[in-house]
Write a protein that binds this ligand. Structure first.
Ligand code: PGA
Length: 251
């Protein structure tokens, strides 16, 4: 199967209802198909059956988190196996809101990525620096430490995706400069080549205040293979417009 040029994943976070999802797909499905662009959505877990019911062929269905254990007494958590059973292909792990609000460590994120892999899902592993870390000039060190701690040594054939999301850019309307995004993605690419050559060309998504207005310049950067989109993914027209901007840049 040929890899998409551009992967655009929406993260609904704790937003949306069944009616919203229905309306979202009514708008999305009315748009022409974009060659080389792969779209997906990660809504709150209870909406996944609705998502799977509405999603057209090839649309990626995902969860926002999974537990590191396959099953057991973990009230309120969702297993990767259940996400797979419901029809998901992917799951976000290590989002900064989970790392901060739920005190998730790199080791736990790695265990979740492994659990996803074992269940046959393709994890989207998130990393990113805080503003203080960027201002202290530590961005690349922080990303390297997170990569080392969060990315499993080996994975099944479905592999993984990596999302670079600066914590200070998430939901703030602020983005790094294009130069800063390029430097981060280049460092991440080099890290994978040196440390996880077996994982091949892992798609690198940028996330943090991506919207239709800035998508084209971000998605045209070297080593940016797509976007993880929060706020702007709540409207199908916005997520589609972001994908359309990505489709303008054949690799
Ligand atoms: P944002 O969120 O697009 O609203 O900044 C991105 C994310 O958290 O994945």
């Amino acid at each position: 199967m040929q890899a998409p040029l551009c992967t655009i994943i929406g993260n609904w976070k704790m937003n949306g209802t069944q009616a919203d999802l229905k309306e979202w797909f009514a708008t999305y499905s009315a748009q022409p198909e974009l060659k080389g662009v792969s779209f997906g959505l990660c809504p709150p877990a209870p909406l996944i059956p609705s998502l799977v019911a509405h999603a057209p062929q090839g649309f990626l269905c995902g969860g926002q988190d999974c537990h590191s254990e396959a099953k057991g007494a973990f009230t309120g958590d969702t297993s990767a196996a259940l996400l797979k059973d419901l029809g998901c292909q992917t799951v976000i792990v290590g989002h900064s809101e989970r790392r901060t609000d739920h005190k998730e460590s790199d080791a736990l994120v790695k265990a979740k990525a492994q659990a996803a892999d074992q269940a046959g899902l393709r994890p989207i592993i998130c990393i990113g620096e805080t503003l203080a870390e960027r201002e202290a000039g530590k961005t690349i060190d922080v990303l390297t430490t997170q990569l080392q701690g969060s990315v499993p040594d080996s994975m099944g054939p479905q592999g993984c995706l990596l999302a670079y999301e600066p914590v200070w850019a998430i939901g703030t309307g602020k983005t790094p400069t294009l130069q800063e995004i390029t430097e981060a993605h280049q460092a991440i690419r080099q890290w994978f080549q040196a440390n996880r050559p077996g994982l091949g060309d892992v798609p690198l998504l940028y996330g943090g205040s991506v919207k239709p207005e800035n998508a084209q310049e971000i998605l045209s950067l070297m080593n940016v293979d797509g976007a993880l989109v929060g706020g702007a993914s709540l409207q199908a027209a916005s997520l589609y417009a972001i994908g359309a901007a990505g489709a303008l840049h054949p690799a």
